[in-house]
Design a protein. Sequence first.
Length: 424
Amino acid sequence: MEQSNYVTAIDIGTTKIAAIIGKVTPNGRVLIEELHCTYSRGVRRGVVENVEDTVVSIKECLAELYKKLDLRQERVIVGIAGRHISGIQNSAQVIRKNPKAVITEKEVSDLKRQMYSIVLSPGQEILQVITQDYTIDGEPVQKAVGCQGNVLIGYYYIVISDAAAVERIRMCINRCGLTLDNIILEPIASAEAVLTGEEKENGTALLDIGGGTSDLVIYYKNIVRAAVVLPCGGELITEDIRDAYKISRQMAERLKCSYGSCFEDCCSEDVIIPYYKDTARRETGHINEKNLAGVIRDRMEQIIEAVNHVICESGFEDKISSIVLTGGGSLMRHLPQLFRLRTGLDVRIGYPRVQRVAGSKSPKLSPIMATGVGLMMNGYADGSGGGKIGGLIGKWPLVKKFKGKVQNFVEGYFTEENDPHRLY
């Protein structure tokens, strides 16, 4: 197997480490050679907290990934998410000495390079600078190179991260004996793997429901209009079930995955579910399916309300025609029905668009792997991170609005007073 044709992507999540090796053909077909998921240790709310525990999880995952393949790649693409991610919009301009000469690649690169010298708060670093568009003498243009003009202005979206969080990811990869090729923003990776071009153009909100957090991205006219990390995910539902029935976390997780639903109208009181109250299995209990759905629905409706608020504050409420759900949390039974009821929008489950998964008979890849597939696609398109996904990001109105109203709403909505599990 020719290693140079393949990309290895690692999704370091709160509940799972997912690794994928595959390639994207010149005609855009995504071919997966192998994939594997391992239980995640050392990660909380999407952020690496314990480096050593996370290293163990990554090594276990990669060992299984490469077990059946006659290769081992040393260079990997890794995703990053978490509440520490933020964004600012900025611009730079240059008055050209010779307006009649065509604009060169060097001029454009020098303009973009100015963004890396902006002043940040202590402990922050620039993760990625993404070009949005240009104006030349006041006229908007999509591509500046080759044009003529006097005043060139570039508009950029700058992704900012907590420097310590990024460094811990780098440490994990280095201690695994790997080289980090790039760190990619996870919500945009998920969107690349799941959304169609038509959805991005017509107006869609993508919600990636993870274990510790949920990422919301809003597209309209093929541009990312807003992105917010909600501090809630599948783990909070597990904790709700645990507290409601005074059972172990393992049993609560099993009830959620095996019998859980978030729409009581689709469940029956006649379906009785047995469970063990303790790990020693000395005491048993019973619950009906409808009551379990009620516990899950309460949490899901909080998430939906937060999603609705973000969409409204984005300014594109009347432009969004559908919601796409992906990530492990999207597999909850009857979740699309609940979202349709509460939002009035079309809803579908987003499966990664993959042409082939070697050795698999399934026509679909689980939404759990959406981020990993998106990371692989972006890594293949442009190892520097400024390629396929970077080019899709447009104007994010997050500087004041989403750092203010939306972030205050989201953080306030899941306060300790309202949610005793917020710090879990």
